[in-house]
Design a protein around this ligand. Structure first.
Ligand code: SAM
Length: 366
C-alpha cells in the first residue's frame, strides 16, 4: 500500500484550548498533517429506498435520527466560515428527505470565507441513487444545485435489480441520469462500485454508456464498509472481492485505448481517462489499491449531527450536542477546529489489525 505523504503542523494553543473565535484568525480549517479541509459531506438521512447487496443488510434495520434541516444549515454555515468550499449532500438516500429543495436554496446563498479562486458561491453537489431524480433534477437545479452524481452499479437491468434488490430500478435511474444531464447538473458522474464475479462484467458496457450518454463513469473500488449481513444475496468484503484499478485499466484499454487526463485538483479522488478518440470519460477511484489519503480534503457530518473525520474513524464527534447545550457559533467553530485537527492520517484497509469503522457507509454518508 502506498504511504500517504503528510506533513505535521504544531497545534495552535488557542485552538486546543478551544478559544479561537470565528474570524479571529486568518487560518482556514486544517488538520495536524497540514491538509486544508475544504469539502463537507452532509448526510441528511440514513434511510434508503435501495438495499444494495454490498452496502445494506437487505432488511430495514435501525436508523440513526435525522435533524431538522435548519440544524444542518447552522452547522454548515459554521463550517463554511472556517473554509469549507464544497458541500455534497448525501445519505442514505438524500432525495427521500423532505425540505431538500429549501436546504439547497439556503446553501446557494452561502459564500465561501476564503474565495481564493474568485468563486463567491459554494460548490453544491448531490450523491443519489437516482430513483427519484427524474422529477427532482430541474427543481434542484433551479434551487441552486450545481452537480449530481448518480450511483449505478450495472447497465444491465437484471444485474442492476439484483444489486439494488428493487425491481425495475434500472429504468428509473436511467431516467434520473438523463434528467440530471438535461437539467444542467453536469458534468453528471455515474458511480459504479465493482464487485468481483458479480458486476465486473459491466466494465466495457459502462465505457459504452459513458460515450453514448455523455456522462463521466467512475469505477470505485469496494471498501470494507458494508453492514454485516447473512441475508441472501448480501456480499461481505474481502480483498479478493475488490476489482483493483490496474485490472479496470487493462480491461478498458482492451476495449479501446485509454488516454490519461490531467487531474482537476490535487485532492481529486479519481484518476481520469478518455479514449483515443476523445469520446467518453472514465474515472477510477482506487481507495484500496491506490489510497489518496495524503490529499484528503474531506470531512463528514452524519444525519444525526456527528462529525466524522475519516470514513474509517472509530469514533465520531457530537456536534448536535454542542448546539443543544446552547453553545455559540464561535464555541462550535472552536470545537470543529479541535476535532478536524485530529483527523486521521490515513486508512489502514488491507493491513494487519485493520478495524472496521464504528459505522457502515449507509449510516455515515458516502
Ligand atoms: N444513496 C445515495 C447513493 O446511492 O448514491 C448516497 C449514499 S451511498 C452510501 C453513496 C455511495 O457510496 C454510492 O455510490 C455507493 O455505491 C457507495 N458505496 C456504498 N458502500 C460502499 C463501499 N463499501 N465501498 C465503496 N463505495 C460504497
Amino acid at each position: 500500500m502506498a504511504t500517504a505523504s503528510l506533513i505535521s503542523i504544531a497545534p495552535p494553543e488557542a485552538l486546543l484550548a478551544g478559544s479561537l473565535e470565528i474570524g479571529s484568525g486568518e487560518e482556514r480549517l486544517r488538520d495536524s498533517h497540514g491538509r486544508a479541509i475544504t469539502d463537507l459531506r452532509v448526510s441528511v438521512t440514513d434511510r434508503c429506498n435501495y438495499k444494495c447487496v454490498y452496502c445494506r443488510t437487505g432488511e430495514e434495520g435501525v436508523n440513526f435520527t435525522e435533524l431538522p434541516i435548519e440544524q444542518y444549515l447552522r452547522m454548515i454555515r459554521i463550517f463554511v466560515s472556517l473554509g469549507i468550499e464544497k458541500v455534497r449532500i448525501t445519505g442514505g438516500e438524500p432525495l427521500l428527505r423532505a425540505g431538500l429543495l429549501d436546504m439547497v436554496a439556503e446553501l446557494a446563498r452561502m459564500e465561501p470565507a476564503f474565495p481564493e479562486d474568485g468563486r463567491h458561491t459554494l460548490d453544491i453537489a448531490l450523491t443519489t441513487n437516482g430513483h427519484l431524480l427524474e422529477s427532482l433534477a430541474a427543481p434542484l437545479k433551479a434551487a441552486g444545485l450545481n452537480r449530481a452524481t448518480v450511483s449505478m452499479d450495472a447497465v444491465d437491468p437484471s444485474t442492476f435489480a439484483r444489486i439494488t434488490r428493487v425491481p425495475r430500478s434500472f429504468e428509473r435511474v436511467l431516467a434520473g441520469v438523463r434528467a440530471a444531464r438535461d437539467a444542467g447538473l453536469g458534468p453528471v458522474k455515474v458511480n459504479c462500485v465493482l464487485l468481483r464475479d458479480f458486476n465486473d462484467d459491466q466494465i466495457e458496457r459502462f465505457a459504452e454508456f459513458s460515450r453514448a450518454e455523455d456522462v463521466i463513469v467512475r469505477f470505485i473500488e469496494w471498501m470494507p464498509l458494508e453492514e454485516p449481513s447473512t441475508a441472501p444475496g448480501s456480499r461481505t468484503w474481502s480483498p479478493e472481492t475488490v476489482v483493483p484499478m490496474d485490472e479496470i485499466v487493462a480491461r478498458l484499454n482492451s476495449f479501446r485505448p485509454l488516454v490519461a487526463l490531467r487531474a482537476n485538483a490535487a485532492s481529486e479522488t479519481a484518476r481520469r481517462f478518455t479514449f483515443d478518440d476523445g469520446i467518453g470519460e472514465i474515472g477510477i477511484v482506487a481507495p484500496v489499491s491506490r489510497p489518496f489519503c495524503g490529499h484528503c480534503s474531506r470531512i463528514r457530518l452524519t444525519s444525526d449531527g456527528k462529525i466524522r473525520t475519516c470514513l474509517f474513524s472509530q469514533t465520531d464527534h457530537d456536534l448536535q450536542q454542542k448546539m443543544l447545550q446552547g453553545q455559540s457559533d464561535a464555541e462550535i467553530a472552536a470545537y470543529i477546529r479541535q476535532v478536524v485537527y485530529r483527523k486521521e492520517a490515513r486508512h489502514h484497509i488491507g493491513e494487519p489489525g485493520f478495524l472496521k469503522p464504528s459505522r457502515n457507509m449507509v449510516h455515515i454518508g458516502g
